[in-house]
Design a protein around this ligand. Sequence first.
Ligand SMILES: Cc1cc2nc3c(=O)[nH]c(=O)nc-3n(C[C@H](O)[C@H](O)[C@H](O)COP(=O)(O)OP(=O)(O)OC[C@H]3O[C@@H](n4cnc5c(N)ncnc54)[C@H](O)[C@@H]3O)c2cc1C
Length: 367
Amino acid sequence: MGVDSKPAVVVGAGPAGLCAAIELKRAGAPVVLMDENGKPGGQLFKQIHKFFGSREHSAGTRGFEIGRRLLADSLELGIDVRLDTEVVGIEPGLGVWAVERRSRSYTLEAGCVILATGASENGLAFPGWTLPGVMTAGCAQTLVNVHRVLPGRRVLIVGSGNVGVIVGYQLLQAGAEVAAIIEGAPALGGYGVHTAKVRRAGVPFYCGTTILRAEGEEGVERAVIAKVDRGFKPIAGTEETLEVDTICIAVGLTPALDLAYLAGCKPIFVPELGGNMPLHDGYMRSSVEGVYVVGDTAGVEEASTAMEEGRLAGIHAAYALGFLGEAAMRERTEATWGRLDSLRQGVFGQKRFAAKARILAEGKVRA
Ligand SMILES: Cc1cc2nc3c(=O)[nH]c(=O)nc-3n(C[C@H](O)[C@H](O)[C@H](O)COP(=O)(O)OP(=O)(O)OC[C@H]3O[C@@H](n4cnc5c(N)ncnc54)[C@H](O)[C@@H]3O)c2cc1C
């Protein structure tokens, strides 16, 4: 065992990347975990709310606590974690091109590469969208939960999915007023448990409604919203003006694909999971030999599924590099598939399950 001395390189130290690195290291494989941030954990350290689901998926635990546990495990295992290290290219033959602290650049020859770079937030363009005070919901969440800075006093949230609703609640907890959450679709998008909390706090929700423009001199002072018809066209005469100083855009996430494209991974378009993403199989192997894709990069879901996908890739990569026998790889993989299936249940989960099944059916890219 251990035939290849080149390390497995995991790009992105969010839940998916941390779990992949932990599986590799536990199997005895050399592993380097890189993240462009100064702190590992990805999105987890912004999640101050309790997760739900099953106990084995840390239901009832706050996101940042899950992050802390994963970090403690990775430190205990002695994983080579390189922070402030941005990966800017994957060269043919699996050379990982990294830039450390925006100054030193180097290429690391990898035995395999696991891309766990997460997703980016979608923007929305409307007149006034460049005014100070218009930001993505994730940006507002980073300001409040990481830097302890309130982005504004009175906020409009555009988008009623989990991100919009959770960030709305966290802004309320931090002392802001949420003037409204508007949603273009005819029905709300987030889990009922989150929506109910925000509604109980007195925040009005408007479905079938969009933002027409943001107004103000030096920054946002007002938002003009309007009802939309079935074709998403604003209905004249339904305009309403809200006095707000902040507008948070929460209209979905798109898998971060730059490195997967640079590596030459074949894409697939799956709107239910965020649009374009790298095609992959059940072990999270992309179409390029030695390159795995996991977590939000392989289709936007949740932290719990990201962790399990990270484990799948870590287990298979340890096997491919010669650090894990086939029987152990199969046994651990089957157990992980079982846990993933149990996560993809319920109304929202079943949609994701069906979408993933489509990718995996098409993703039999290699034998
Ligand atoms: C408001 C909100 C609430 C949520 N609530 C829940 C919840 O209750 N339950 C749940 O299960 N999930 C929840 N999620 C979703 C969850 O946070 C994400 O699905 C999860 O973090 C995805 O994990 P990941 O490891 O794929 O990506 P991320 O956590 O995004 O990590 C990606 C990492 O890659 C790094 N990176 C990116 N590009 C590079 C590069 N080129 N070089 C080096 N490093 C790079 C980034 O710095 C980052 O650390 C929530 C998300 C949000 C925004």
